[in-house]
Design a protein around this ligand. Structure first.
Ligand SMILES: [Zn+2]
Length: 241
């Protein structure tokens, strides 16, 4: 169920049977010439829609955090970069409030790479409060399986673009992109190095993206996400700790 749809009394009522909240977290940033600035928000939103059909009776779908941290893409037009400190604190406070409202488990469903270090800290701090926390970074967690469907993944790459096309073919145009690989070690940072790493604002073989591949990616990853959430519940209810 979607939190935004509930009244306060309904919210209070569902808490007797629902103690897990899912918080989608995205980013507004450059995604090449072919994908919208909201790509990292659209994808978690679509996962939530599909998850709600499967486990909506057991999970509260919280409204998303649309803005995140993106040092690498900040030099590009359209990136709204929130500092890692402010972003971490903000997401932590949201989790803390859900805990105060009675939620014991939280799923941080992330759609954007630059958020990862912050969310690691957030997950640890929420765990210290007593919450059970599952963080999902879909393109990292399920990379092996993604490569079986899309061979050229990356930021705005074949995987992300396909996932967007599967939502709505009007949201991306792969004909505006090609195959962009950069021969640079991403572990090296210098001022505005993201401009070199993400030439034209994307990485991967976006030109090969299709809606059909995107649909296959959603179907495949949905089962993996559900399995991760089952693991979270196993830890929560079977006191594995
Ligand atoms: Zn993205």
């Amino acid at each position: 169920m979607y939190m935004m749809d509930l009244t306060a009394s309904k919210f209070k009522e569902i808490k007797s049977s629902v103690d897990t909240v899912l918080l989608p977290i995205g980013m507004i940033e450059m995604h090449g010439p072919h994908c919208s600035l909201g790509t990292d928000v659209w994808i978690p939103r679509e996962f939530v829609r599909r998850l709600d059909q499967r486990i909506g009776d057991r999970v509260l779908m919280a409204p998303e955090v649309a803005y995140g941290h993106s040092w690498g893409l900040a030099p590009f037009e359209g990136t709204i970069d929130i500092s890692a400190e402010a972003f971490s604190q903000y997401v932590y406070e949201i989790g803390k409030e859900f805990h105060r409202n009675g939620f014991e488990q939280i799923v941080l469903f992330n759609g954007h790479g630059g958020n990862i270090p912050s969310l690691t800290t957030v997950a640890e701090k929420l765990a210290d409060l007593g919450m059970k926390v599952l963080t999902i970074n879909w393109w990292v967690d399920y990379r092996e399986q993604i490569l079986e469907i899309t061979k050229g993944p990356g930021h705005g790459g074949e995987d992300e673009t396909s996932l967007i096309l599967a939502i709505d073919e009007k949201l991306a145009d792969p004909s505006l992109a090609g195959d962009h690989q950069v021969n640079m070690n991403p572990k090296i940072k210098y001022e505005k190095s993201g401009k070199v790493l993400f030439k034209d604002g994307y990485l991967g073989n976006a030109g090969a993206a299709t809606a059909e591949k995107g649909e296959r990616l959603y179907e495949m990853m949905l089962e993996l996400v559900l399995s991760d959430i089952e693991d979270l519940w196993r830890v929560a209810y079977e006191s594995v700790n």
